[in-house]
Design a protein around this ligand. Structure first.
Ligand SMILES: Cc1ncc(COP(=O)(O)O)c(C=O)c1O
Length: 282
């Protein structure tokens, strides 16, 4: 696989960064992740907006302009030839003189084949557990997934598929996905604050706003308990119905009608996008 590191495309076996990088020393850095469908980078501009936004928030300066990044991504798509893939753009804290002060960031771009959640997964839905935790600097797509990886054993022992973070009475997000609640009155809501602004979340909110009452606002654990439907959104999972939270079944234990309608509209939007030719320049 061809990867990009700082200023050149190289074989992944030749891509290294040094041990004084703050990502290694302190877990300091940001990244973004998008996927390609039919060799087209899905919603690329939205992901690039978020990448530069995370970098700005951590005061890291990406070594390349947006136009250059588009050209690099285009070239990798052309050379790696993987129709359905995941792209990772990682921007590290850079080489630090004292192991604490940020240096000039290193940029790594990788492309890997990925599997997207199949249709059956939607029908099966997922079981989740709750965990009290709030991510640091939640609107930054940081490379730090310490709690999520730490909680893997708990998920296995509870036979759950994912964990939803909340604090006090406020619900936030999953380690790698956003959460939506459909109220008994048919309103589609997702937490507004202290979450990563997922690109799938953004698209689903736009779609939902055309057909239903939809808003980003505070979501409480009470809202979650009272919900008619609950689902998650993410780049690789699209929309997945949550059918059980801890020991409580959500709604009638089957994917809900509104979740299904949003899933179908999202698939349509995605399919249309994936038919467009991708130009590095536009
Ligand atoms: C903390 C967090 N929340 C939400 C998401 C979902 O965002 P997206 O829809 O852009 O994949 C992610 C993605 O990895 C994430 O890391």
């Amino acid at each position: 696989m061809i990867v990009f590191i700082n200023d050149r495309l190289v074989d992944e076996k030749e891509a290294f960064i040094g041990i004084s990088d703050l990502s290694v020393q302190r877990g300091f850095g940001i990244f973004d992740f998008f996927r390609t469908c039919n060799h087209v980078p899905l919603f690329l501009d939205d992901y690039l907006d978020r990448f530069y936004n995370s970098a700005t928030q951590l005061r890291l300066e990406p070594p390349h302009s947006r136009a250059d990044l588009r050209k690099i991504i285009f070239e990798m798509i052309d050379r790696n030839k993987i129709a359905t893939s995941g792209f990772k753009l990682i921007l590290t804290g850079g080489y630090s003189v004292d192991g604490f002060e940020p240096g000039k960031p290193n940029l790594i771009i990788t492309q890997q084949p990925i599997e997207i959640s199949p249709e059956e997964r939607f029908e099966k839905g997922i079981k989740i557990i709750l965990h009290e935790y709030l991510r640091d600097l939640a609107s930054v797509k940081s490379i730090n997934y310490m709690m999520a990886i730490y909680l893997r054993d708990k998920l296995v022992s509870k036979q759950a598929d994912d964990v939803l973070y909340y604090k006090d009475d406020e619900v936030f997000e999953f380690p790698r996905s956003n959460v939506f609640v459909v109220t008994k009155h048919g309103a589609v809501v997702t937490p507004a604050e202290n979450v990563l602004h997922g690109i799938t979340r953004k698209k689903v909110l736009e779609i939902a706003g055309k057909k239903f009452m939809a808003e980003a606002r505070m979501v409480t654990t009470e809202d979650l308990k009272d919900a008619a439907e609950v689902f998650l959104t993410s780049t690789t999972k699209r929309l997945l119905p949550v059918l059980q939270i801890d020991d409580v079944i959500v709604g009638d234990g089957k994917p809900g009608a509104i979740t299904r309608a949003l899933y179908n509209s999202f698939r349509k939007l995605e399919d249309e996008y994936c038919q467009r030719p991708f130009s590095p320049l536009s």
